[in-house]
Design a protein. Structure first.
Length: 302
């Protein structure tokens, strides 16, 4: 995925020139054009298992945002409406069209662009003012607000882009598990970026199924229309990608979280992961509170 994504990016080269930011703006967490005051860019589809905790987890770092949702069949819409009522600098908008999922058939592919994921993303992007900063936030991730906030200070130039990795986890009761075949996602698809000359484009890959019919796999990729310096942030988030009612997880893909060193390279841990982001009880406390975190059910014999 990373190789596919790279062709849409204009990374800096030896002639890269950083666009200076006014120091007063750079250091003012309330200035509308400061990277310390980004818009949260959030899209939601049936995320009620993680949504409330995800939204609450960013409040110590982010004061404003756009939440766009579509076709929610669970309680996600009500959670969003309640959250925006309590936090009026967050705007919620319902996308008025059905959206194709990332895997679909030849016939479904004939749908108008407004039904495709990349246009859904562009709809949300267009709600954020130009020439201000935004950060992609996913509703199936829980964030360490202090570390997230600190990552905004990595920006020095207007054409800096901060990229975020994530660790892929799952819960069974109070057992914390790790997705062993993909424990870390580090594919440059989450970012803090200045909203100038950005748009999402459709990437399509098709295969034939056993019946000879084409099945399309599509991804929405961010096209960045300027030369930039890429900055890799330390881990600031825990990702729970399978905690959705519409997904069934392969139990054989899970291992106890305590075994993370067997699947995450030590070099990556040393360079990118603060040690407290790997504390099992701390992670569980975000779900169950301090008491629940202390009284966890060990996953070691899973």
């Amino acid at each position: 995925m990373k190789k596919i994504y790279a062709y849409l990016k204009r990374k800096f080269g030896p002639n890269f020139v950083g666009i200076p930011l006014n120091q007063a703006v750079l250091q003012d967490p309330n200035h509308l054009q400061s990277p310390l005051n980004p818009w949260a860019f959030i899209r939601v589809k049936d995320e009620f298992l993680t949504l409330q905790k995800s939204l609450d987890s960013i409040l110590g770092a982010i004061k404003r945002g756009v939440i766009v949702y579509h076709e929610c069949m669970d309680d996600s819409e009500q959670i969003i409406l309640n959250f925006c009522t309590k936090n009026p600098d967050f705007i919620c908008v319902r996308y008025p069209y059905a959206v194709l999922q990332n895997v679909h058939t030849d016939k479904e592919r004939e749908a108008q662009d407004r039904h495709k994921m990349y246009e859904y993303y562009n709809f949300a992007l267009n709600l954020i003012p130009k020439n201000q900063w935004l950060i992609k936030i996913d509703a199936d991730q829980i964030y360490d607000a202090q570390k997230l906030k600190e990552s905004f200070s990595l920006v020095q130039y207007q054409n800096d882009v901060v990229f975020y990795c994530r660790i892929n986890l799952h819960l069974e009761g109070k057992r914390l598990l790790l997705i062993k075949n993909s424990p870390i996602s580090d594919v440059d698809d989450h970012w803090l970026i200045f909203n100038q000359d950005l748009s999402f484009v459709d990437h399509i890959h098709s295969i034939e199924n056993q019946n000879g019919n084409k099945i399309f796999h599509t991804w929405e990729f961010l096209s960045i229309g300027f030369s930039f310096r890429a900055i890799q942030a330390p881990l600031v988030t825990w990702h729970f990608p399978q905690m959705k009612a519409r997904r069934n997880i392969d139990q054989t893909s899970l291992i106890p979280f305590s075994q993370y060193r067997s699947v995450i390279p030590q070099e990556f841990i040393s360079k990118r992961i603060p040690l407290d982001m790997l504390e099992e009880k701390r992670i569980l406390s975000y779900w169950f509170g301090e008491e629940g975190g202390r009284d966890l059910i060990p996953a070691h014999n899973f």
